[in-house]
Design a protein around this ligand. Structure first.
Ligand code: SAH
Length: 449
């Protein structure tokens, strides 16, 4: 098999990155945009030792689950790479990811149906949108899969439509003042990203211009015009001078309006600043937390740990059901937010510290702190052995594991099981419709001692 060869393929599966999978001449072939059950004529793009990549030239037999997608770019880029699959099948696909991972780990556990998101599109409350020069014009859009080529876009499908409106209006202000877009190859230009965060609860939005420099021509006029866009109450410059794929730099400068916006989860209000992590699918976050809290089976005598706490959303959501919550989060401004968030919601039984969960948890255990339930909600890389040891040492009866990456969750479950924690059902929750991302909740229960 070689590059540019045209082959006929039968798609038998969907990879965890939402690529169609076929087998030919002893190779596994990943076909962009193809669905199981389809027969396609495909062009080979790249050949490696045991696998190859291909793209569809023609669909010969179409899957009944294929959805006609309004904009090709949604699937072409990583923005919504599952948009061509019916929503019902997306949910099945996500559940199956978890089932497959459990099988590989030789774990025999029930996996519930994936909880559908109340909104299938327009659910994102935050959009970090790349800005680049395309054919001499400043454009916003999304990167083509596995590249940094910008595909210009105006309708982002998964964003709150109000965010799209604000993005376009901001883009137009930048164009009006001939502000240069960032040029990644030469590390020149100015605006790298436009980051918009919007609260559906209040309708207020924050615009963050992520820039290579912290000052530029017409900065005051530009900030003022952006602040005048309907719904925008806060405008920031984030300074990111580094050659890096990390979106935000370390420092934010308020250009106009208020420092923070307020969003809601359930009845609680949360202050959000440019750097704070906040779940991006607001409505489904309610459901996720409800499920996790229900599965924790809390009572008024309990001490609860909220690890990887962000701005304290989980701990604060359950604080009124328990005696006390202690939380740990590595981002300092997020911890400050969690303290303010406790105060504005009149919550007095939570204590959040800045630190690494894997250092704090063992320290607490050594100090004799004995939590009843430990909530964890780590980033994609999951937990560390030090953290797990800390939990074991603390004698916690229950761990409620919220995960955005089932592969590392299953890996960590195996470790907990070795340490005498019983495994229970896994609940996949769809936080990111149209993308292959799977969120899960499960509970580990101490069975020994
Ligand atoms: N529970 C929160 C945030 C979850 S995202 C919510 O539901 O909104 C994961 C969080 O873990 C992020 O806020 C990230 O900053 C934090 N984090 C990453 N590594 C960490 C570590 N080693 N120790 C503590 N927190 C960490």
């Amino acid at each position: 098999m070689e590059k540019n060869q045209i082959v006929e393929l039968e798609i038998t599966d969907l990879s965890y990155e939402a690529m169609g999978v076929a087998h030919l001449d002893g190779l596994t072939i990943f076909v962009n945009n193809a669905l199981p059950g389809e027969k396609v004529e495909a062009k080979i793009l790249k050949v490696k030792k045991s696998f190859a990549f291909a793209k569809i030239e023609k669909i010969l037999v179409e899957s009944p689950d294929r959805i006609k997608v309004k904009l090709n770019q949604w699937v072409q880029t990583g923005l919504a790479s599952l948009a061509h699959l019916s929503y019902e099948k997306q949910l099945e696909f996500k559940r199956q990811q978890v089932v497959n991972l459990l099988q590989k780990a030789h774990l025999d556990l029930p996996v519930a149906n994936c909880l559908p998101s109340p909104e299938e599109t327009g659910y994102r409350n935050k959009a970090q949108t790349p800005v680049r020069d395309v054919k001499g014009q400043l454009e916003i859009g999304f990167f083509r899969k596995h590249s940094h080529d910008l595909v210009p876009m105006e309708d982002f499908m998964t964003n709150d439509p109000e965010i799209d409106r604000i993005l376009l209006a901001t883009r137009d202000v930048l164009r009006k003042y001939h502000v240069p877009a960032y040029d990644e190859r030469r590390h020149k230009g100015l605006v790298r990203y436009i980051d918009v965060r919007r609260s559906k609860a209040t309708g207020d939005a924050m615009v963050i211009l992520v820039c290579l420099y912290k000052d530029f021509k017409n900065i005051e006029k530009i900030s003022q015009e952006i602040a005048n866009i309907d719904g925008v109450v806060s405008v920031y410059l984030n300074h990111n001078p580094q050659k890096t794929n990390v979106i935000l730099g370390k420092h934010d400068y308020l250009l106009a309006g208020q420092k923070q916006i307020i969003d809601k989860i359930g009845d609680l209000e949360f202050n959000i600043s440019p750097q704070s992590f906040f779940q991006i699918n607001g409505q489904q976050t309610n459901n996720l937390y409800d499920l996790a809290i229900k599965r924790a089976d809390l009572n008024k005598d309990m001490l609860v740990v909220d690890a990887y706490s962000g701005i304290g959303t989980i701990g604060l959501s359950l604080a009124n059901q328990v005696k006390k919550v202690i939380g740990v989060e590595v981002v300092k401004p997020a911890v400050q937010d969690s303290k303010v968030n406790a105060a504005i919601n009149g919550i007095t039984n939570t204590e959040y510290v800045v630190g690494k969960a894997e250092e704090e948890m063992p320290k607490w255990a050594d100090e004799g702190i004995k939590p009843d339930v430990v909530f964890v909600d780590p980033p994609r890389k999951g937990l560390t052995p030090e953290f797990i040891e800390g939990v074991v040492k603390s004698g916690a009866k229950k761990v409620v594991y919220i995960s955005c990456n089932p592969a590392t969750m299953v890996r960590d479950m195996v470790e907990f099981e070795k340490e005498g924690y019983g495994l229970t059902e896994i609940n996949p929750v769809d936080m990111f419709p149209m993308t292959p991302h799977v969120e899960c909740v499960t509970v580990l229960e101490r069975t020994e001692k």
